[in-house]
Write a protein that binds this ligand. Structure first.
Ligand code: APR
Ligand code: ZN
Length: 281
């Protein structure tokens, strides 16, 4: 409703220098689906976890076959209104920095400059033995060349570029090893379930929460502790918290304002009405 948008606008103008925490909901309108429904329940095929990926070759065949099919869809995704509005709020001086749980890099593509990629970025691949890095699209060229028979498949794609290929026989899928050390397991540079978020990202995110005038949560159910802990920290410090999200979130009891609307819809009109804050000379 317009009154709740008015209250959100007041929240933003009264607390310039906001921290923003974003989740999969902000990329839905870019064609990348989210993980959980409006009740916060998981709605996707079971996610890959770190231990299984590292322990089982069959798990890696399944992972990379689904990634081969799904990657093109995610690789060509473009920012939507939510990403653009958040970049504008930063450019106008209202947003200090943004912590994202997404691995699609769309905030940066939309022009956001101060972004913490809490869960990493999908476009980089790393060798788990010698730490060699490789661009994902380069690895995908090799995957396509060595698995041509898989290219004709297409299937709905998930947030991590994981195609919803379920009961297929992946045993013929060729998974390349590291080109530098010859044997290392290649893994996307993203945080899997069972992984821990690199400490420096947690530290800089907590510092941002401490320095910011308030926190705006957008498009996240906060069902995962990794994002939720920053909302809890803002509440512990007595910072005002607002949320724009369709459906329930784990922190619903902590918000001064909650707007149950699409992030793009709520923020695009709002950010267009906000003048740039004169930067301190
Ligand atoms: N505008 C606002 N909210 C939306 C929109 C939209 N256009 N589309 C969906 N939503 C809401 C959904 O209803 C849901 O509440 O966004 C929320 C997305 O929540 P999740 O799917 O749980 O995504 P997220 O919170 O980012 O998940 C956190 O969990 O699976 C792990 O590591 C993965 O980073 C991910 C983490
Ligand atoms: Zn290696």
């Amino acid at each position: 409703s317009s009154s709740e948008l008015e209250r959100l606008k007041t929240f933003i103008t009264e607390h310039p220098g906001l921290a923003v925490l974003s989740g999969a909901g902000v990329s839905v309108e870019s064609g990348i689906p989210d993980y959980r429904d409006a009740l916060g329940n998981w709605k996707r095929p079971p996610p890959m976890d770190h231990q299984r990926f590292m322990r089982s070759h069959a798990a890696r065949q399944r992972y990379w076959a689904r990634a081969l099919i799904g990657f093109r869809a995610v690789h060509h995704a473009r920012p939507c209104g939510a990403h653009r509005a958040l970049a504008q709020l930063e450019a106008r001086g209202y947003v200090k920095a943004l912590i994202t749980q997404n691995v699609d890099g769309l905030h940066q593509q939309a022009g956001s400059r101060r972004v913490i990629d809490l869960h990493g970025r999908a476009e980089l691949v790393r060798c788990m033995s010698c730490e060699a890095k490789r661009m994902r699209y380069d690895l995908h060229a090799e995957l396509e060349a060595t698995n041509p028979e898989w290219l004709s498949l297409d299937a709905p794609v998930g947030p991590d570029g994981d195609a919803d290929l379920e009961s297929l026989d992946f045993s013929s899928f060729h998974v390349p090893s590291c080109r530098r050390c010859g044997s290392g397991i290649l893994k996307p540079d993203v945080v899997f379930f069972g992984d821990s978020v690199p400490a420096d990202r947690v530290t800089s995110s907590m510092r941002l929460i401490g320095e910011a005038r308030g926190l705006l949560v957008v498009g996240s159910s906060l069902m995962v502790f990794s994002g939720y802990r920053f909302v809890r920290e803002a509440a512990r410090l007595g910072k005002p918290i607002a949320c724009v999200n369709l459906g329930r979130t784990r922190a619903d009891a902590l918000y001064q304002i909650k707007v149950e609307q699409s992030v793009g819809q709520a923020l695009e009109t709002l950010s267009a009405t906000l003048e740039a804050i004169p930067q301190p000379a």
